[in-house]
Structure formats: structure tokens, C-alpha cells
Design a protein around this ligand. Structure first.
Ligand code: NI
Length: 137
């Protein structure tokens, strides 16, 4: 029987967003989202932490090769989000407000098919004072 280990890895990307929904009036958007609803958006330096788990391969001593994980995250998340407008450039946020809660869910959905280990958790830090976590349920 293998020994289950959890591996954490941190990534960074910068993106802009505007918190706004067409389902509410301009007044309601302004009341709920405050300055985050400003029309031209604003940026964040997001820190993404992901945790994957798996059995230690007795031959390599690893649960997954970091290079495999990095290239997967790079392709599925960093290339898609980095230096982008989440509202304008990411299809998932055309209709959905790009809060960091929803960003966590979108990133989890993009990464859960990583073939070499099980995705346990995604954590996105939006500012030094707030972060969000999603474990897929
Ligand atoms: Ni923001």
C-alpha cells in the first residue's frame, strides 16, 4: 500500500476584473460591489496555491513530477488568466461575476483533470488581506 502525501505549489498571475452583473441595476451594482464596480475595472496580483495528493512512487520517491504539474497549470490557468481582463478574456466570466470565489471554482474545474495526482484544493489570494479556498464540493 502506498503512502499518501499532499504536495503544495504556488503560482502567481496578474489580472483585472470588474465586479458587476447585468442582472442588477447600476445602482444595485454600485451598492453591492462599491468601487469594485467601477466601469474600467482594476487589477490584482493573484497568488494561486494548489494542493494535489497521491501515493509516493517507490521508484521516483515522488507523487508527481513538478515539471508535469507546472506545465499543466501553466497551460490551463496561467496562460489563460495572466495579464488578462477576467471579464473580457475568459469565457467563464462573460455571464458570471469574476469574484475570487468564482475564480477559485473556475481554476479548480480547469485543474481537476490533472492526470498524475488528485487535486485536493485550490486557494486564491486576492490581496494580502483576503483569500478563498475551494475543494471541489
Ligand atoms: Ni478586485
Amino acid at each position: 500500500m502506498g503512502r499518501k502525501i499532499e504536495l503544495g505549489r504556488r503560482y502567481r498571475f496578474a489580472a483585472s476584473h470588474r465586479l458587476h452583473t447585468d442582472q442588477l441595476s447600476e445602482e444595485e451594482n454600485a451598492r453591492i460591489f462599491g468601487k469594485c464596480a467601477n466601469p474600467y475595472g482594476h487589477g490584482h496580483n493573484y497568488v494561486l496555491e494548489i494542493s494535489v495528493s497521491g501515493d509516493v512512487d517507490p521508484a521516483t520517491g515522488m507523487i508527481a513530477n513538478l515539471a508535469d504539474l507546472d506545465s499543466f497549470v501553466e497551460r490551463e490557468v496561467i496562460e489563460v488568466f495572466d495579464c488578462r481582463s477576467l471579464n473580457e478574456d475568459v469565457a467563464a466570466f462573460r455571464e458570471t461575476v469574476p469574484t475570487t470565489e468564482n475564480l477559485c471554482i473556475e481554476i479548480f474545474e480547469r485543474l481537476k483533470s490533472f492526470p498524475k495526482a488528485k487535486l485536493e484544493r485550490v486557494r486564491v489570494q486576492e490581496t494580502t488581506n483576503n483569500s478563498f479556498e475551494y475543494a471541489g464540493t
